[in-house]
Design a protein around this ligand. Structure first.
Ligand SMILES: [Zn+2]
Length: 253
């Protein structure tokens, strides 16, 4: 915060690296909502502006974000419906945030990095198929490897799904194939665990000399979805081998 010579104050923000273009847009939004500060001699105190009594509630943040998304039309109606189902999923918050970034195409894929002026060793090629550029849609949907992963998931869940052209629709397909609230919750977990596991394997291949391994990624997402569901009491208690055998059976208990 610095004075401008006329008695008023303005924000002077410093960053450790150059901001991406989309971050500059966020910064502009932030500066618009940051209130002008008036200094006084009274003691500082925390006050959450969205509640009358000043106490922080997650609910008020959720409602604020909902109004922002609705008013700015970040998503169209069908995307908004999917987004609401995604944030309701019993998944760790870091994974929800990651899935949200996929839907906004804001994860640091090679193509995104290069478009924001960051040098990427080895070019923009996908590490799994070594032929196409690594965009978000490619990595999670169109890549031959991603296709094998989703086909393995569909076989596991007993689903027949033609992989749709974007991750919103794929999430919708998963939930649409579920016949009860419990199964929807489980399928939603598995969708999150799948994109999370594909991303983790991609990072292992790039940064830790990992290898493309279909069985490994499928086993990882089975374990993650089972652990997340049990931890948040969102799937009936079952053993891991039962979950691997038939998650639908576990979810119908
Ligand atoms: Zn690929």
């Amino acid at each position: 915060m610095a004075g401008n010579g006329s008695g008023a104050s303005q924000w002077e923000l410093g960053w450790r690296r150059r901001l991406f273009v989309w971050e500059q847009d966020l910064l502009r939004d932030l500066l618009e909502v940051l209130p002008a500060i008036e200094f006084s001699d009274s003691a500082d105190a925390w006050f959450w502006d969205l509640e009358d009594d000043g106490r922080f509630l997650v609910k008020s943040v959720y409602l604020l974000l909902g109004s922002v998304f609705n008013s700015e039309s970040v998503f169209n109606d069908s995307q908004l419906k999917v987004f609401k189902n995604i944030v309701k999923s019993p998944t760790p918050s870091k994974v929800l945030a990651f899935s949200w970034k996929i839907l906004r195409s804001r994860i640091p894929t090679k193509v995104n990095l290069v478009h924001h002026g960051i040098h990427v060793n080895g070019g923009m090629e996908c590490v799994f198929c070594r032929g196409r550029e690594e965009t978000s849609d490619h990595l999670f949907l169109y890549c031959d490897f991603a296709d094998l992963v989703w086909k393995a998931i569909c076989r596991w869940l007993g689903l027949v799904i033609v992989i749709p052209p974007n991750p919103f629709l794929l999430f919708d397909c998963f939930l649409g194939a579920a016949s009860s609230k419990n199964i929807r919750s489980g399928f939603s977990l598995i969708w999150h665990a799948t994109v999370w596991s594909i991303w983790r394997l991609r990072n292992e291949v790039i940064f830790s000399n990992g290898v493309k391994d279909l069985e490994k990624v499928v086993n990882a997402l089975k374990l993650l979805s089972w652990k997340w569901g049990l931890r948040q009491h969102k799937i009936p208690v079952c053993l891991f081998y039962e979950w691997c055998w038939d998650p639908g059976l576990c979810l119908r208990r």
